[in-house]
Design a protein around this ligand. Structure first.
Ligand code: FAD
Length: 540
């Protein structure tokens, strides 16, 4: 099979135009083309009135060797790679060793658990939160009644942080083994629409994620895996190993019980603050890492569709339009759009009492009135929080508490119109744009809950972005804050064997460990770490 990339056709091309274009590009007769499938389809909307569909195709032809020889050196014509997932180790028949433990049932822990289960290691998966249906009720408790459950919310519980999200399923990590494909295929088996396999920017939205994680739970259990909910890991038991490193021997759980464990995947997400503190107290090697801070910005989706797609706005093959923006400011900071959610809503995403955090979600249809995205500024330990591995968490907490106060102390988010933000005056009323954040928005002055350099940077970037996406900086556009959980403020550094630098048996993984950012990359990291665990168990 051949893989042909970068084949562009007009948006409204006829179906038969595709095989014709393949034959023209490969300079073959129509009869020589046996079959083809779309591997990926994206679009190129740089020219709004001449939008192109961009295809990557897998093609069966009569004389593949001849075509490959003719196109030698053409990076767009290659043999189709082997994308099948190959297990690296299996538990020996009748294996009865100590079961590996996975902490966290987010995308990283879910895929670590799945691979370990599929390899015959019957993992135990612990999560401080609840099963997804109960968790959904608790999450709505904050959104509808301003009642936060610190153990069961947008960040914690089955499915992890991405469960109530836009469910974007793409990332920029290098993936030579096509582990991302394994993730997407497992998601389809669990009930995701199969267009995620060929859309260039696939997404699944919130409700489908809920049923998918339930289905994956059943698969893991059928393979001998076991879940324990409302089971927070509060401490580690360690002993000194022969090489002088500390060696993990087990986990102290919140209910006072002890779980013996030699292999622990720590996939705790970026909001596991008490657990980061515990790791620090136990001497596990941690480092502060860069993340970003800012606000969520909302526009009517129709404005974004028009700005990006012109007359083609609303075309079914395009869907709700997205954007990706970045600006390098005169103060040497970078402002960028983060986690854009077309046709979605802004959600309350705190996991701690007395704090306000924004994030975004959507349904599969992306049919809600507003588009939203983070508008954030990169920060780093050297410049902004030099006081040790946990200083980024202290900084997050500080600004999230300020946002809670500025919002009125009820979990309402502080909000401000762009015109007022640029002019440095508080907002007192809404204009044309109605924010979607629940439980509500208090119009105020966002500079009360952001570092001054973040305010300056966003003020510089807004008009620049307005020149790239029409109406981006419209005076009535609303921003809410604060957006602080963009990625982990901490790295639990690991070595080549995927174990903690100084704690054998501890396998830091996913977003919380600083090795992923987003659902797909966290899931891929979960696979890699599970493979390392499987290899280690088999080698022992
Ligand atoms: P998490 O998903 O955070 O999972 C960690 C789990 O560990 C949690 O369930 C938690 O309860 C558990 N845990 C923590 N500490 C303990 C402990 N001590 N004991 C037991 N259990 C513990 N990414 C995208 O790619 N696309 C999107 O569209 C997208 N939208 C998002 C929208 C929202 C509202 C949010 C909050 C995030 C979004 N993200 C999105 C980010 C994405 O969700 C994360 O990158 C991803 O979930 C990280 O996966 P993870 O498994 O590493 O950690």
């Amino acid at each position: 099979m051949l893989r042909l990339s970068g084949l562009n056709l007009p948006l409204d091309h006829a179906p038969e135009a595709l095989p014709e274009a393949i034959c023209t590009r490969l300079r073959i007769e129509r009869a020589a083309l046996r079959d083809f499938t779309v591997f990926k389809r994206g679009n190129d909307a740089r020219r709004r009135n001449a939008i192109l569909l961009v295809y990557t195709l897998d093609i069966e032809i009569a004389d593949e060797a001849e075509v490959l020889a003719r196109f030698e050196g053409d990076k767009d014509v290659r043999p189709t790679p082997d994308m099948a997932y190959h297990f690296v180790a299996h538990a020996p028949q009748g294996w009865s060793g100590r079961r590996p433990v996975v902490i966290g049932a987010g995308p990283c822990g879910l895929f670590a658990g799945l691979i370990l289960a599929q390899s015959g290691f019957r993992p135990i998966i612990l999560d401080r939160g609840k099963v997804v249906r109960q968790r959904t009720k608790d999450t709505w408790g904050l959104w509808r009644r301003s009642e936060l459950n610190p153990d069961s919310n947008v960040q914690f519980g089955e499915g992890g942080a991405g469960t109530f999200s836009d469910g974007k399923l793409y990332c920029r990590v290098k993936d030579p083994r096509f582990l991302g494909r394994k993730v997407l295929e497992e998601f389809v088996k669990a009930g995701a629409p199969d267009d995620i396999l060929w859309q260039a920017h696939p997404h699944i939205g919130t409700f489908r994620l809920v049923t998918m994680v339930e289905s994956m739970r059943r698969t893991i259990e059928e393979l001998g895996g076991e879940y324990r909910w409302q089971t927070r890991v509060d401490d580690l038991a360690m002993e000194r190993g022969p090489d002088g490193r500390q060696q993990l021997r087990g986990l102290h759980l919140h209910d006072g019980s002890f779980l013996e464990a030699d292999h622990v995947v720590m996939a705790i997400g970026h909001s596991a603050r008490p657990t980061f503190e515990m790791l620090h107290d136990r001497g596990v090697h941690l480092e502060a890492k860069p993340f970003s801070i800012g606000v969520r910005i909302e526009h009517p989706q129709s404005w974004v569709d028009k700005a990006r797609y012109g007359q083609c706005a609303g075309h079914p093959d395009l869907g709700a339009a997205a954007y990706a923006l970045a600006h390098h400011c005169s103060n040497e900071r970078t402002v960028y759009s983060f986690c854009m959610c077309p046709g979605g809503r802004v959600v309350a995403a705190t996991s701690e009492e007395g704090r306000v955090v924004t994030n975004g979600m959507s349904q599969y249809s992306r049919a809600e009135f507003n588009a939203n995205s983070g508008l954030v500024v990169g920060i780093d330990p050297a410049r902004d929080y030099p006081d040790g591995p946990l200083a980024g968490i202290a900084l997050q907490r500080h600004w999230e508490s300020k946002a809670f106060e500025a919002g009125g102390g009820t979990y309402a988010a502080p909000g401000q119109k762009v015109a007022d933000f640029l002019a440095g005056r508080p907002s007192t009323a809404l204009g044309e744009v109605t924010p979607s954040y629940k439980p509500g928005v208090t119009m105020t002055d966002l500079s009360l809950c952001l570092p001054a350099f973040v305010v300056d940077s966003i003020r510089e970037a807004l008009p620049v972005f307005g020149r790239q996406v029409a109406n981006y900086d419209h005076p009535d556009v609303v921003m809410t804050g604060v957006e602080t959980r963009t990625s982990s403020p901490v790295r639990i550094t690991r070595d080549k064997s995927f174990q903690s630098l100084n704690t054998a048996g501890l396998y830091p993984a996913g977003e919380g460990a600083g090795y992923a950012g987003g659902i797909l990359s966290a899931a891929i990291d979960g696979i890699k770490v599970a493979e390392a665990v499987a290899r280690s168990i088999v080698a022992a």
